[in-house]
Ligand binder design. Sequence first.
Ligand code: ATP
Length: 334
Amino acid sequence: MVRVELRNVVRAWEDFRLTIEYLEARDGEFLTLLGPSGCGKTTTLRIIAGFEKPDTGEILFDGKVVNELPPYERGIGIVFQDYALFPHMTVFKNVAFGLEMKRLPKAEIERKVRWALELVGLEGLENRYPEQLSGGQQQRVALARALVVEPDVLLLDEPLSNLDAKIRERLRGEIRRIQRELGITTIYVTHDQEEAMAISDRIAVMNFGKVEQVGKPLELYYRPKTEFVARFLGLSNILELKAKDGKACIGGLCFYVERDGKVRVFFRPESVYVKPGEMAEVVDYELLPGRIRLRLKIGDELILAERFLDELPFSVEELPARVDVDVRSFSILG
Ligand code: ATP
């Protein structure tokens, strides 16, 4: 297993600048780079792989600087969004390619390819050509090809983006299972927050060429440090309030905070509990599968509340005009 670090990495073009003071993927960790299109995720991954050189800064594998090592000497396996299989080669040949380049004995190649194909659930398809496979199967071949050389680090750049939703969910679960089974340090690029939450040990949220916050999925989700992270990960309530004597209040709803003055209080809709009462006006609502999303007006502010229908203290048919609100978890944005 290998620890990957970036230190003071800068890569700048005319209209874009990537700056990473420090980023680490720990031994055996599944780290996801998450952010909107153009924020620098792929560039970061390419720098780790060695396809791209930083202007300044260091890339370290297990504490050793690898800046001068070409990709094939870094011990990485890489999977791209578009599979990048050789169309004129069978599944077996595609997966065997890297091993043949290394001139391994035939029997060993055979054994390793079978191992990799079994790992990704493709036994029996060895003699097919890429065009005879579904997108999901092609991506499994790409994954087997990356893993067959037993890399220290697995790099995945939006590997599921070209697949439809059902396959995407299934394959992401399998990528995670394989990663755990092998204990391989993995860095995964996606712009899909749900995918990132589902698959990662930790997530680095990127924006405009910078890492905004790194943390475990639920830590980022419930305790984002910035408005960008809050909004990128899901529906957000953000209230700008004035705190006095350790309390920031709006329309009878109070948050106990550690500092006075202006604060931005953040909470998720599902942290908002409601019961019949007077505090907030029910402006409107939306039904979701098994849930209800209420828009509430409290003081001069609108907030969202989301509850499971079976825990709602009243029926949807008889929604009260006003409710009391209780926010069970919140954080203060920086
Ligand atoms: P996406 O999800 O769309 O792939 P991303 O977050 O992976 O986005 P990058 O592909 O890393 O973003 O690109 C970040 C920025 O760097 C973009 O604005 C892009 O135009 C710029 N960029 C990347 N490579 C080059 C290059 N070779 N020359 C000039 N600009 C580049």
